[in-house]
Design a protein around this ligand. Structure first.
Ligand code: NAI
Ligand code: MG
Length: 316
């Protein structure tokens, strides 16, 4: 296909996207106009989608002939489409760009698009078309780190490490960054095992620290959560890449230690309190509950609620 023909093809795709039919239905929607009613074949996968807030989502991966379209032609097409979307009262455009078609990012940016977020194989740009400042939600704002305070009640020992590659050698709890879709407790158990070789199980959540403009979080905010874990193996086999030292330390010694971080020292005191007065004083325990609308489940963490309070209909 000549560049002109390709452009003609793509323009017709955009025209289809801009056509009132576009605003009346969208691919995959259980609405008035399903894909089956939309000639020609393939048109529905080439169209943008209208979201429930009045924004338009355009997925370049679905526009096949785009492989051979040059950025200047894309710029013109996008300009015309934006004009159309404005006239239709659309509030925003979401442009999803596969990494191999990143040459379209600069033309989009020249029309006012900004990065919203990127995944490993694509980026998403947005353009606000509505009144006033953008009301589009931002992307992820925090990195989540989780540490495991592995405490052995029988010996009163707590598992601590010193990180390699740190300027100061401070005792701290083993831990690391949560992976996408990973439960907090699972992160703690996994990181403890990877860094120390100790097997453990989740007991409770003890503390949450929130810190902004964290250098370790690429300047974003950091949420650092410490969990109480119960060990069921005791032989240390620590990771030489990540840790310099690892040991079972008497909890009292950690409370008194000077070469430790403030958060470790505070959580050590919390554990000592729980050990002496009962862990129910310090534990936020976890329960899995069903999400009302999505059919998914979630984990809820809070102080233990007595059984009769869980089921009681109300209070006078
Ligand atoms: N107060 C405390 O006791 C401390 C809390 N934290 C918190 O722990 C969480 C992160 O835990 P980590 O143990 O750091 O994560 P992690 O256990 O997932 O380890 C990160 C790994 O990535 C490596 N790494 C980091 N940046 C790198 C780079 N630019 N190039 C190559 N390798 C790199 C590190 O050497 C380490 O091996 C965060 O939430 C942080 O705020 C971290 C240190 C101390
Ligand atoms: Mg770590």
């Amino acid at each position: 296909m000549s560049p002109l023909l390709i452009w003609g093809y793509w323009r017709s795709v955009l025209a289809r996207a801009c056509h009132p039919r576009f605003s009346a239905g969208y691919c995959g929607a259980s609405g008035r106009q399903g894909c089956a009613q939309e000639p020609p074949v393939g048109a529905c996968e080439l169209r943008g989608e209208l979201d429930r807030f009045g924004g338009v989502s355009v997925r370049l991966a679905r526009l096949g002939a785009l492989d051979r379209l040059d950025p200047a032609a894309f710029l013109k097409g996008l300009q015309a489409a934006i004009q159309q979307w404005r006239s239709e009262g659309r509030i925003a455009v979401w442009l999803h760009v596969p990494i191999l078609q990143s040459r379209f990012i600069a033309p989009a940016a020249s029309l006012g698009f900004c990065f919203h977020h990127a995944e490993s194989d694509s980026s998403t740009l947005t353009l606000w078309l509505g009144e006033g400042p953008s009301r589009l939600p931002g992307y992820a704002t925090h990195q989540v780190g989780v540490a495991g305070a592995v405490f052995d009640e029988n010996t009163r020992k707590i598992l601590v490490v010193q990180d390699r590659n740190k300027l100061k050698n401070m005792w701290k709890f083993p831990g690391g960054l949560s992976e996408p879709g990973e439960d907090i407790g699972d992160t703690a158990v996994r990181e403890v095992f990877e860094e120390t070789g100790i097997k453990s199980e989740f007991r409770s959540l003890l503390s949450i620290r929130q810190q902004h403009t964290n250098p370790g979080a690429f300047g974003k905010s950091d949420m650092y959560i410490v969990c109480r874990l119960k060990p069921y193996s005791f032989t240390i086999n620590f990771c030489q890449h990540e840790c310099l030292r690892c040991e079972w330390m008497d909890l009292n010694d950690l409370v008194k230690a000077e070469n430790t971080t403030p958060i470790t020292s505070r959580v050590a005191r919390l554990l000592l309190y729980g050990y002496r007065e009962g862990f129910d004083k310090i534990d936020l325990t976890m329960e899995e509950l069903p999400a009302v609308y999505t059919g998914l489940v979630y984990k809820l963490y809070h102080k233990e609620l007595p059984e009769n309070y869980k089921t009681m209909p109300g209070m006078d």
